[in-house]
Write a protein that binds this ligand. Structure first.
Ligand code: SF4
Length: 265
């Protein structure tokens, strides 16, 4: 299993004063990723997967309810190294029987100089054991800040009920999943994908361009917006919104380099 170096968006966390102490002594930002869509049991509006064809090539497959395509799935189609790394992580974890085994494997793979870890630029918590594994890793590494977006809200709530989520694991409910009703019922802080700056304003949400709103522990209850980005299905509302953002020169994308994989969710 392997962690990934920070992409350009999450690497910008090193310029956030509130997070500076996590990165003292040359500690760095990393992510840990799984295959997008395949590992997201509660994805709905964002659901897309990279699927292997008999020819050895890959293509994107959207779900029946896809409204905005998962950007990290598109990148898994495009970049073989990204696909293989995430598949390797997902396959290894899926074979493990207990959350202790998973936690041990994750901790073993985590670079010694990790200061901030984004759990899943690609992927989600695919079962409760895996969710608990990350709680254990965070408890055992209190000097590291872990943060994640998730649509697996049932695992979050189940873990919270038994007080399993430590302070250094900051979570955001990612709206657009099959369990969205739990966001409202439990007043979870959320991120909402918006099509324009005006839409964010109407919702009264600040736009997070750098992942800092997702990561800073002291604002863990503040909801925020993410501007639509990536490659969207032709003819969809999301594709039209993206065109308009480009036309108006609104910042909505963070890198075009192959190895710098952008964020989804
Ligand atoms: S956006 Fe997130 S939850 Fe949705 S398919 Fe992609 S990785 Fe999974």
């Amino acid at each position: 299993m392997k962690f990934s170096n920070a992409n350009s968006k999450i690497d910008a966390l090193k310029n956030v004063p509130e997070l500076a102490h996590y990165l003292q002594g040359k500690r760095k930002v990393y992510s840990f990723d799984l295959l997008s869509g395949h590992s997201c049991p509660f994805a709905k509006n964002c659901l897309s997967k990279a699927v292997q064809l008999d020819t050895g090539k890959r293509k994107i497959k959207d779900g029946v309810d896809t409204e905005f395509r998962c950007f990290s799935a598109s990148q898994e189609v495009q970049y073989t190294n990204v696909y293989n790394l995430r598949k390797g992580n997902f396959d290894a974890l899926r074979k493990m029987q207990t959350s202790d085994d998973m936690a041990y494997a994750i901790a073993h793979a985590m670079p010694d100089n990790a200061g901030i870890v984004r759990i899943h630029v690609g992927g989600d918590f695919f079962n409760f054991k895996y969710f608990l594994a990350w709680c254990k890793v965070a408890i055992d590494n209190p000097q590291v800040l872990f943060y994640a977006y998730t649509k697996s809200l049932n695992f979050w709530l189940k873990a919270a009920k038994v007080d399993a989520i430590p302070e250094n694991l900051v979570l955001t409910a990612s709206r657009g999943g099959r369990l969205d009703h739990l966001i409202d019922e439990h007043n979870l802080r959320e991120s909402v994908v918006v099509h324009s700056v005006d839409q964010a304003k109407e919702l009264g949400l600040e736009i997070d361009h750098t992942d800092e709103l997702a990561a800073i522990p002291s604002i863990r209850y503040k909801s925020f917006a993410l501007l639509i980005h990536g490659t969207q299905p032709k003819g969809s509302e999301a594709a039209d919104a993206l065109k308009l953002l480009r036309k108006n020169n609104v910042k909505h994308s963070y890198s075009k380099k192959p190895k710098k994989v952008e964020n989804k969710c």
